[in-house]
Ligand binder design. Structure first.
Ligand code: CIZ
Length: 305
């Protein structure tokens, strides 16, 4: 590590103490940002953990909807997103007017909203879900018809698992997970025949048949740590390899496709974390009426046992 980087890390730590801040890094962030963070994880678990602390400031190294979730859970804390233009194309597939129009087409459907969505969409949904609990959330609903937004692959995954309900998936998808091709999986299997293939449910359904495990980032990390296998092929954004390797130095991890790089997750550099704390930027706010309704959809999710 060069001297400038060491100085920068020291300054980030000093400012963090001065401002009583907590730094959160999503599993997809670059290694140096993960290493400077207080917590690394999936977006909703990070937001929940930050809400339980007495910090005044949350620096969310991730993308916009993640910082919004932190604000929804911690309205009295200042939430900062270090890279202002770190958005999520998947979340942008759905917006309130489009969802309201769809709800008119399916007036009896319950609306289940994946956490990868804008706060304004969560606010007009019946309940939220994460990629780890989506099946359980949909199963818990009384309604036989479910409008699932915005990820069509996660929606289809849920539809395959849940019996007796009609799932209407929204037409959104993650551009990064969509880059995995059948050819990538076949080649990876050939090159590493003993490796377990672990993929995120946001990948295309045609990939699922090759997977030994399908789960959220936290579930993939947990699976790899507990498994007796020594080699894994990872089908989600490459940032996760840092934690996988750090937690399991004796195991080997291969990326399923070289396309698994999310340009938005790569926008946050150490310099941005430093500037964020120094200048208190970029503050993420959520209008109170939207926040309260979005919180309601998130709390309903948390109440499902
Ligand atoms: O919400 C998250 O953290 C994402 C993007 C995925 C996951 O599975 O953790």
């Amino acid at each position: 590590m060069d001297i400038d980087t060491i100085d920068m890390i020291e300054e980030i730590k000093r400012l963090k103490r001065e401002k009583n801040a907590i730094i959160l890094a999503h599993n997809y962030q670059v290694p140096e940002v993960q290493d400077v963070a207080d917590l690394v994880g999936d977006s909703f678990a990070l937001s929940q953990a930050a809400a339980r602390t007495d910090s005044d400031v949350i620096v969310f190294c991730g993308v916009h909807f993640m910082a919004e979730s932190a604000k929804i859970l911690s309205p009295d804390k200042t939430v900062l997103l270090p890279a202002r233009d770190a958005g999520c194309p998947l979340a942008d597939f759905v917006w309130p007017e489009a969802l309201e129009a769809k709800k008119k087409e399916y007036p009896n459907a319950a609306v289940v909203c994946y956490v990868n969505s804008p706060a304004s969409v969560k606010a007009i949904s019946d309940i939220c879900c994460t990629s780890s609990n989506a099946v359980k959330i949909v199963e818990s609903l009384d309604s036989d018809e479910v409008l699932f937004v915005p990820d069509k692959n996660l929606g289809t995954y849920v539809a395959n698992k849940v019996k007796g309900k009609r799932i209407i998936p929204w037409e959104g998808y993650c551009i990064t997970h969509h880059r995995i091709s059948l050819d990538d999986v076949i080649k990876a299997r050939e090159m590493h025949p003993d490796a377990k293939i672990l993929v995120h449910p946001e990948v295309s359904p045609e990939i699922w048949q090759y997977a030994d495990f399908i789960g959220s980032t936290a579930q993939i990390i947990d699976y790899a740590s507990k498994s007796d296998s020594k080699e894994f092929i990872i089908g989600t954004e490459m940032g996760i390899l840092h934690k996988l390797k750090k937690d399991n130095p004796e195991k080997t991890f291969y990326l399923l496709s070289k396309g698994l790089v999310c340009p938005n997750m790569k926008k946050t550099r150490l310099e941005d974390v430093l500037d964020s704390l120094r200048e208190m930027r970029y503050e993420i706010t959520v209008p109170e009426d939207i926040r309260v309704r979005a919180l309601n959809a998130l709390e309903k999710m948390l109440n499902v046992r």
